[in-house]
Write a protein that binds this ligand. Structure first.
Ligand code: SAM
Length: 281
């Protein structure tokens, strides 16, 4: 069917799909799970611990380089709200670079892990706030020079209403000349090129692999495989680049620039990741 891709290998019919990790609570039909609230079930301890154990932070620092740090510094940013803290990778990096950082996540488990990581990577005490983006300003007080939403996190919102709500909350927590940096996978390439874009993403070596197991216009289900043969999944909404740029402008951001794999100029299908930089004023 055009616009729909199921990359399970033939012969494995249904097997890999059903082999969702039981802890992740995908239920009898994982492809039906298209829900902005499900993320807290997906980032279960086993998955998060394994991910953190195998992805070497130092290697991740190297592959990302100074892109975000330089960008923030070039805009004179001092205070940053990391709204997708996860296990703390970007928050720790930002603190180390001298930014006054507050770390938000909607998953209490993730924040606990981030706090532990802050202590073990340099003895930093993270200032954490447990909040969902859609009601961010209920829990976060004050205004920031920048909001960062990194690591393909925004993709967890499944309805346009939720996306608009979250972006409006990010906008509100920014100072008048603040910026939002939000990244995402290049879903256009995956959606438009169908099978030919079947692509395994290797994270920092060959330890962890991620591949799109099923994709249609409303769902990108990725499978993450670990060396001990365990596998976990994330169900995400495949955000198209121009759609996100439009939403950013519609909620009030005046200027939106998009980078492809950290480069200003790129061919549509090439990058794995897109980074939007949206200016409030
Ligand atoms: N930025 C981190 C990184 O790159 O390692 C972590 C990214 S992780 C892929 C996505 C994070 O977004 C998870 O920790 C998840 O709990 C959080 N998240 C997803 N939807 C959310 C929401 N609606 N409100 C708050 N946090 C949310």
């Amino acid at each position: 069917m055009p616009g729909q891709m199921d990359v399970r290998e033939s012969g494995e019919e249904n097997e890999t799909r059903i082999e969702a990790h039981p802890e992740q609570a995908f239920g009898p039909d994982p492809l039906e799970v298209r829900d902005s609230d499900h993320y807290t079930n997906e980032y279960v301890t086993g998955f998060v611990e394994k991910w953190d154990e195998l992805i070497d932070w130092k290697k991740r620092y190297e592959s990302e380089g100074k892109f975000f740090v330089d960008l923030l510094k070039s805009r004179g940013v001092k205070s940053v709200l990391d709204v997708a803290t996860g296990t703390g990778f970007h928050s720790v990096r930002l603190i180390e670079e001298g930014f006054d950082t507050v770390s938000v996540d909607g998953s209490a488990e993730m924040l606990t892990k981030a706090f532990e990581n802050g202590l073990s990577y340099g003895g930093h005490i993270l200032r954490v706030v447990h909040a969902d983006w859609r009601w961010l300003n209920r829990d976060v007080h004050g205004q920031f020079d920048a909001v960062v939403c990194l690591g393909n996190s925004f993709t967890h919102l499944f309805s346009e209403r939720d996306r608009r709500k979250a972006l409006a909350e990010f906008y509100a927590v920014l100072k008048h000349d603040g910026i939002l940096i939000l990244d995402q996978r290049n879903y256009d390439a995956i959606l438009d090129n169908g099978y030919s874009s079947k692509h395994t993403y290797y994270y920092c070596g060959d330890q962890v692999t991620a591949e799109p197991e099923y994709v249609d216009e409303g769902l990108a289900r990725f499978r993450y495989r670990f060396p001990d043969e365990s596998q976990y999944h994330l169900n995400m909404f495949p955000l198209r680049k121009d759609y996100v740029r439009r939403l950013l402008r519609e909620v009030g951001f005046q200027r939106v620039e998009t980078y492809g794999d950290f480069q200003e100029t790129f061919t549509a299908d090439d990058p794995d990741f897109l980074i939007h930089v949206a200016e409030k004023q």
